[in-house]
Ligand binder design. Sequence first.
Ligand code: TXA
Ligand code: MG
Length: 322
Amino acid sequence: MDKSEITTICQKAADIIKKGGLVAFPTETVYGLGGNAFNAVAVANIFKVKGRPSFDPLIVHIYEYSQLNLLVEEVPELALKLVKFFWPGPLTIVLPKKSGVPDIVTAGLSSVGIRMPRHPVALELLRWCDTPLAAPSANLFGRVSPTTAEHVREQLGESVDMIIDGGKCNVGIESTVISFTEEHPLLLRPGGTPIEEIEKVIGKVKIPSPTEHISSSPGRQLKHYAPLTPLLIDPLPEEITKYKRKGLLCFTKEPEKVVQEFAAVEILSPRGDLGEAAANLFAALRRLDNANLEVIVAKRVPNFGLGIAINDRLFRASNARL
Ligand code: TXA
Ligand code: MG
C-alpha cells in the first residue's frame, strides 16, 4: 500500500470506528481487533466476537503521548523513561486508570494497559480515529494470534466490519507487558521487546514464573495461544512412539534423520535468528495445526531475548489440554 492508499483506507476505517464498529488492523506484533475504547458497547462487541471472557482486560492503543491524559492521571517517572525509549513499539505498560476509562475495557481492574504501536497503518488509523482504540489480538479466544490479514479472515471473517490488510507482521509476537501498579515494575507477559533491553533502561524488573498466579493479571492463563492439535515440548523419544502422524516445530535446521520421522516440518529460522523465528512462529503453528496431525512436537528455542517470549508461547500452547 502506498501512502495515499493507507490514508483512504484508514479514513474509511475510522468512520466505522466512530460509528461504534470494529476494525481488524495490522500492528508490528500481531493483528488487533479495534474498537473505540470509550464506547462501552463497541468494546462489549470485541469480547463477543472473540468469545473472550469478560475478566480478561484489553490493551488500549494510542498514537501520541498527549492521549495518555485521557487514560491515566499520571505516568510514573520510570514508566515514562521506558516508553520514551521503546515507543512506538512492542511494549505495553499497565498503570492506574482514570475513572473515565470504561470498566469493560479493563475487566473491572483499576489499571489500564497502554501501548503505542509502531506499524504505520496502525498509527495512521489511530490518527484518523482520534480516540484510543481498545484492541486485543484479532483471534478467537485462546487460539493462535494472527500475523496476516488472512489469519484474521479465517477466524473472525464476517463478524468484523472491516479487515485492513497491511501484510505480514514483522515482529510476529505480542507486546511485552510491564505493570507499574506496584512498588517495583513487574513483567506480566514476555513479548516483542526483550526483557534484557528493558532492564538496561529501567533496571531490575520482577519476573514471575510462567505458572505463578498474579491476581492483577487475569490474562495469564496457562491455556493460551493454542493450536487445536496437542503440542508437546521437547518430548522424550518414547513419549511420541504411539503417534503416527507427527509434526515438528524447530528453531533451526535439524539432522535429516530426525526430520524423516515427521509428516510436516516447520523451521522457524534456518539461519538461527530469534527475530525471524518470532516473526514466523504463529503462522508455522497454524500450518501445522492444519496439516491433519496427531501431535506437534516443538523444540524449545534458546532462552534469551525474543526466545523468552517464544518459549512462553510454546509453553502455553502445550497446556491447551490441561
Ligand atoms: O502486541 C499486542 O499487545 C497485541 C496488539 C494487537 O497490540 N495485543 C494483544 O492484546 O496481545 P491481548 O488482548 O491479546 O492481550 C492483552 C493482555 C491481557 O490478556 C492481559 O494479560 C494484559 O494484556 N493486560 C491488559 N490490560 C491489563 C491490565 N489492566 N492489567 C493487567 N494485565 C493487562
Ligand atoms: Mg491475545
